[in-house]
Design a protein around this ligand. Structure first.
Ligand code: 44T
Length: 839
């Protein structure tokens, strides 16, 4: 019986199984049919859901349906994005990645979604994964290169190549370990190099923490590559979250760290060390020195130095100093201001300081004072650290020694690693460091000139972990200090100080009450660029006069089909799709019967343009804001009215960093369809120039050069996975390099030509070598041709554009007089280059 029963149950189960399989098959095929129907109906959400079900039930179908599944996912994601349903959007991607965990296309697309919603670090992680999964994916590579800088910042390469800095840290750590520090915590370990120094110096226990996930993973890889994974304990956490004994078993006798930025405190070293002294370090060395084991920090302390500087390049990026640009008066209407703060005004958009490698600033700079000591800090004194964290300010008077313009303060620092080892980040030092720049703004135009003998009074403090230098006043030679009583000198409370400063500022602030508009430094440089605006004005005029109705009411352009009488009273339409703040529409609107459309997005930009147009007598209807006209889903490049086409469309082709903007050719193709006959796209043509150079500097910034600079430790192969061939934001004029060829035309993009519809180009150009050497890089820049006669050069002195360079994988030896073939390849806006000898 039992057996029969058993057999019956088995049979029963078998039957049920067969039935289940059949109904599963049935469900699957029905779902596939529904999915296909939904796709035809463009109901992508439901199609996606059906495919998801199908592929979850039938893994064997994954191969067949992968592309259709991806298609419905991407379509549905577009809709979710448009509907602002980002959580649902990411849920879909996560489901998709569960089904296809190793699919580079989904990974890359997930990265793109994250990126456009502002999650850049996360996006970078997905691009990285996509490239790892498919090293040939051009899209993923382009995306990865664009964000790699967020994952692993470029200074890591520079720093690891800096032998002097590495030796100095190594020596100081060795000294401390030999003197008895046996337990070490490396805070912000980066690639783990300081931890490896400590271990090799003989430390018994080495712990390291790193808050960035990418850097932590990298440190693990580096430490393993050096066979020290059992000797260094790596923690993926912020030092503030490290607890004894949960994460590290004991308090340590040495903390090593280089969590410093150009302004010294910007990486939070003060707060980090306050916490470390309270919870992670042994007691400091007592005054009488009578103690074997105690806590200490490398670096032991630092001195911050400052200087008053005249620098035209910094001036033109942080202060609008032209009063009139191509007929537009800027002076009375608006107060433009850089986001880099230097005054008491606080604003969310403020950045504490800019950074600049002063030795490489185009046009150079002039020191108006001797260096002055702005601040010192003892990292071994909790009291000192807490005093800085309290935001206490120090008032300093500095003598002016040279006549010039008060453009900015710059600061740098000397890190005292220990009593013997000091690292300076000074502007004239041979180092990889940048200096912090505190631009001076909002003085009356004549207030910037200072003379020998004047005294500049400033406050130095560190209110929120960022160093700040505030100009208080300038005491002119021979004047008594009328602005400040001795009482003011003792103001310690920040609020009082701000009030005092505010009242001081308003007394000499010209045009107080003018509307404030904060612009990016590149936008300020653009406003200061008179030639740029004059060029556009002239080119606009030419197009407009070629299209304007003649006296007899007919149009000059013979192709124009519409009846002249209908059109003769119509204005001409101009659309400016520049990114960021642009006054081109205003310039156009002043040219007569024109209706200009601006595509500025920020509210303060719209307000500024409106105010400028009022003050410049531009009639209200002449200037419109394109985004106000748009329905939620409309395309920016639609035409203004049903029967009217654009006479001019201004496209912003080059990014300030020196790269071609993404999707420019796509935009161009649309723009061409929206032009009236005889209408023009600006620029009409873009010519890319390049030059072969030997640049040690670019190599150093691009990859760690073997094991020598890292003192024998094997770091290069790990971190060089993050190298990026294209460098951006370069100043070619000051880049340390030897020119091995003349500038050469590389590629011509004709934006007006309807046959330029493909978005990837490859050409080969002959380049003559004018000097023997090693080609390591090819800097490139652009000429933007507005018409046959007028062009703008993105490498010119007043340009708001910087330049970019392609760095070769390996140096290429060349001899004077020979001719090489340079292959240039553009895909979307990603550039790559190859160099070879003609066969
Ligand atoms: N110095 C700049 C390097 N971190 C900046 O995630 C550029 C140096 C520099 N981890 C040449 C040029 C320059 N707990 O990976 C970063 C960061 C991490 C922490 C754990 C913490 N409390 C922190 C704080 C930061 O530390 C690493 C280094 S910080 C950035 C250093 C002018 N040489």
């Amino acid at each position: 019986m039992a057996e029969v029963n058993g057999a019956g149950r088995r049979k029963d189960r078998k039957g049920r199984k067969a039935g289940q399989a059949a109904s599963r098959r049935d469900l699957i095929s029905r779902s596939v049919l529904s999915a296909e129907q939904c796709l035809r109906d463009q109901d992508y959400g439901t199609a996606y859901a059906h495919y998801l079900l199908v592929l979850s039930l039938a893994a064997e179908l994954k191969k067949d349906f992968k592309e259709t599944f991806q298609y419905s996912l991407f379509k549905w994601a577009e809709e979710l994005y448009a509907l602002n349903r980002s959580q649902d959007l990411f849920n879909c991607y996560e489901q998709a990645l569960e089904l296809f965990p190793n699919d580079d296309i989904i990974c890359n697309s997930m990265g793109e979604q994250l990126f456009r919603l502002g999650f850049r670090d996360e996006a970078a992680g997905y691009f990285y994964k996509a490239v790892k999964l498919n090293p040939n994916s051009a899209d993923a590579k382009e995306n990865f290169y664009r964000v790699a800088n967020w994952l692993v910042e470029r200074w890591h390469f520079v720093m690891l190549n800096d032998v002097k800095r590495n030796r100095m840290y190594q020596k100081a750590i060795e000294n401390a370990v030999h003197a008895g520090c046996k337990t070490v915590l490396d805070i912000g370990t980066g690639t783990g190099i300081l931890s490896m120094f400590a271990k090799c110096a003989g430390a018994a226990h080495v712990y390291a923490c790193e808050l960035s996930k990418t850097m932590f993973d990298l440190a693990c890889e580096v430490v393993a590559a050096n066979h020290m994974e059992d000797q260094i304990k790596l923690l993926h956490m912020k030092s503030h979250d490290v607890r004894v004994p949960e994460h590290i078993p004991e308090k340590v006798s040495l903390v090593v760290t280089e969590t410093v930025d150009a302004g010294l405190f910007g990486e939070g070293i003060v707060e980090t060390l306050i916490h470390a002294w309270k919870y992670l370090l042994l007691e400091p060395k007592p005054k009488d020195g009578n103690c074997d084991v105690y806590g200490q920090v490398i670096p032991a302390g630092a001195g911050v130095y400052g200087m008053i500087v005249d620098c035209p390049e910094i001036r033109r990026h942080h202060r609008v100093f032209v009063n009139e640009v191509a007929g537009v008066n800027l002076e009375e209407a608006m107060q433009f201001s850089s986001p880099v703060r230097c005054s008491h005004k606080t604003n969310d958009m403020n950045e504490p300081y800019a950074t600049e490698k002063m030795s490489r600033v185009p046009g150079g700079y002039k020191a108006l004072s001797q260096p002055f000591l702005a601040l010192t800090v003892d990292f071994n004194s909790l009291q000192d650290l807490e005093s800085i964290a309290s935001g206490k300010s120090y008032r300093i008077s500095v003598q002016v020694q040279e006549q010039g313009q008060l453009d900015c303060f710059i600061t740098w620092f000397v890190l005292h690693l220990d009593n013997e080892h000091n690292l300076s980040t000074g502007p004239s030092e041979e180092t990889c460091w940048e200096q912090a720049v505190f631009p001076i703004q909002n003085l009356p135009a004549d207030g910037y000139i200072v003379n020998c003998g004047d005294t500049v009074v400033l406050d130095v403090y560190c209110p929120d972990c960022y160093l700040r230098l505030d100009l208080v006043t300038v005491i002119r030679a021979g004047e008594v200090d009328s602005g400040m009583s001795s009482d003011d000198m003792s103001l310690e409370n920040e609020v009082d100080l701000c009030d005092a400063l505010a009242s001081l500022h308003t007394t000499h602030q010209k045009g107080a009450g003018r509307e404030m508009c904060i612009l990016e430094p590149s936008e300020i440089a653009l406003l200061n660029n008179v030639i740029y605006h004059e060029s556009f004005k002239n080119a606009f005029s030419k197009v407009l006069s070629s299209l304007a109705p003649r006296e007899n009411g007919t149009f000059r352009h013979e192709n124009d089909a519409a009846a002249p009488e209908e059109r003769s009273s119509d204005p001409l339409y101009i659309l400016d799709v520049s990114e960021g703040f642009s006054i081109l529409p205003l310039i156009a609107a002043q040219l007569g019967k024109v209706k200009s459309y601006s595509s500025v997005e920020e509210e303060q930009h719209c307000a500024a343009l409106q105010r400028l147009s009022e003050r410049n007598g531009v009639s209200k209807p002449s200037l419109e804001f394109w985004l106000n006209q748009l329905e939620a889903n409309d395309d920016v490049l639609q035409r203004p009215k049903s029967d009217k086409l654009w006479s001019i469309i201004v496209l912003d082709v080059i990014e300030p960093c020196g790269l071609i903007r993404q999707e420019v050719m796509e935009k161009c193709a649309i723009a061409r369809c929206l032009l009236q006959s005889g209408g023009k796209i600006f620029p009409q043509c873009v010519v890319i120039y390049g030059m072969l150079v030997e640049s040690h500097t670019l190599m150093q910034e691009s990859a760690v050069q073997g094991t020598e600079p890292t003192l024998g430790f094997n770091i290069a192969p790990c971190i060089n996975q993050f190298k990026v061939p294209v460098h951006v934001f370069l100043n070619i004029s000051t880049l340390p390099c030897v020119h091995l060829s003349d500038p050469t035309e590389l590629l011509r993009l004709d934006l007006m030509n309807p046959y330029t519809n493909h978005f990837s180009f490859a050409t080969e150009v002959k380049v003559r070598i004018c000097k023997s050497g090693q080609v390591t890089a090819i800097p490139f820049w652009y000429h933007l041709h507005l018409d046959e006669d007028i062009h703008l050069d993105t490498s010119s002195d007043m340009s708001h554009w910087k330049q970019a360079a392609f760095v070769l994988e390996e140096p290429f030896r060349v001899d004077e007089g020979e001719e090489l073939l340079l292959g240039v390849h553009f895909q979307n806006s990603n550039v790559s280059m190859t160099l070879k000898r003609p066969s």
